[in-house]
Design a protein around this ligand. Structure first.
Ligand code: DOR
Ligand code: ZN
Length: 344
């Protein structure tokens, strides 16, 4: 096969950041995705309808000329979120709210400290048809970082899902066989996004032969047996799993640092990297469902009408990209070869 045409895909989990960074990140995503679920972990975070709409306008202003790309906005849940915040956000088109356990990741210090106290908010979300997007890791210091997703399932996620059967829940960027099986076995109201890095890499790619900060993201890469189960799940074509890159740019100096930031900037190669994985799995026929159908169906949004075409062509990702403020950033998979390329 030398070309592959699929329905235009969407990215169901993405970090655009803000300010002049948008002139880098928005075109990078709009080059192949029609829509993206925009994460709200700005500093300060996007906690209400007014902030979400203002952020949406800044994103729209950064689109390349002629682009019809559509940002789908989300709310950042805090201890202070009210039911009215949810109702107001839904009324202006916000589609989902993001639950970060406080301290779990980048800009999450303002987030939720007591998950059970959020239950009245989850009730309103279920009533309003607003999705709950979950960063599924506990943050307790005594829990090993490699176990934090599994412990979150056992202590928190299983309870949320049981208590709110009508709430649509996306378990974001899953990394373990535990999460994959949990989602697979759960009701149709529970689904998961999977990133390119968690399909392509395992913790050896982070730690063997030296620490590789550009492969550091959260939840952290896990052992290869977990990676294998994530790959099986996408290979199965199950509608419970869909594309969410978690593309999360940090300048090179912030990644190559004594306390390096978590996040892989994958927007420049996202759909190509997924194609690379699906080809390795002998499952290119499943790429369209994963990238273009399952997410829209789960969110209750129409599937896109257009198509994109990928060509079988070896190309090498740049070692660096220069951000609008002049700082370099190292894209995910920098300097490595990918065998599919989006046709422009
Ligand atoms: O690696 C990550 N980076 N994981 C997250 O959950 C957040 C993200 C970011 O915002 O940098
Ligand atoms: Zn994220």
């Amino acid at each position: 096969m030398t070309t592959l045409t699929i329905r235009t895909p969407d990215d169901w989990h993405l970090h655009f950041r803000d300010g002049d960074m948008l002139t880098e990140t928005v075109p990078a995503t709009a080059r192949c995705f029609q829509r993206a679920i925009v994460m709200p972990n700005l500093a300060p975070p996007v906690v209400n309808a007014t902030l979400a709409m203002a952020y949406k306008e800044r994103i729209l202003a950064a689109r390349p000329a002629g682009s019809t790309f559509e940002p789908l906005m989300t709310l950042y849940l805090t201890n202070a979120t009210t039911g009215q915040d949810i109702i107001d956000a839904k009324a202006v088109g916000v589609v989902a709210a993001k639950l970060y356990p406080a301290g779990a990741t980048t800009n999450s210090s303002a987030a939720v400290t007591d998950l059970e106290a959020m239950y009245p908010i989850f009730d309103v979300m279920a009533e309003q048809g607003m999705l709950l997007l979950v960063h599924g890791e506990v943050t307790d210091h005594h829990i090993d970082i490699f176990d934090r997703e599994k412990v979150f399932i056992d202590q928190k996620m299983s309870k949320i899902v049981a208590a709110f059967p009508h709430l649509k829940v996306v378990f974001e960027h899953i990394t373990t066989s535990d999460a994959a099986h949990f989602v697979n076995d759960a009701s149709d109201n529970v689904a998961a996004t999977i990133t390119p890095q968690h399909l392509l890499l395992n913790r050896n790619d982070l730690l063997v032969g030296g620490v590789r900060p550009h492969n550091f993201c959260l939840p952290v890469l896990k052992r290869n047996t977990h990676q294998a189960v994530l790959r099986q799940m996408v290979q199965s074509g199950s509608p419970k799993f869909f594309l969410g890159t978690d593309s999360a740019p940090h300048a090179k100096e912030a990644k190559e640092n004594a306390c390096g930031c978590a996040g892989c900037y994958s927007a420049w190669s996202a759909i190509e990297l997924y194609a690379h994985v699906f080809e390795e799995l002998g499952a290119l026929d499943k790429l369209e469902g994963f990238a273009s159908d399952h997410g829209a169906d789960f969110y209750g949004l129409p599937r896109n009408e257009g198509t994109i075409t990928l060509m079988r062509q070896e190309w090498t990702l740049p070692e660096e990209i220069i951000l609008p403020d002049g700082r370099p950033i190292v894209p995910f998979f920098a300097g490595q070869q990918v065998s599919w390329k989006l046709q422009n």
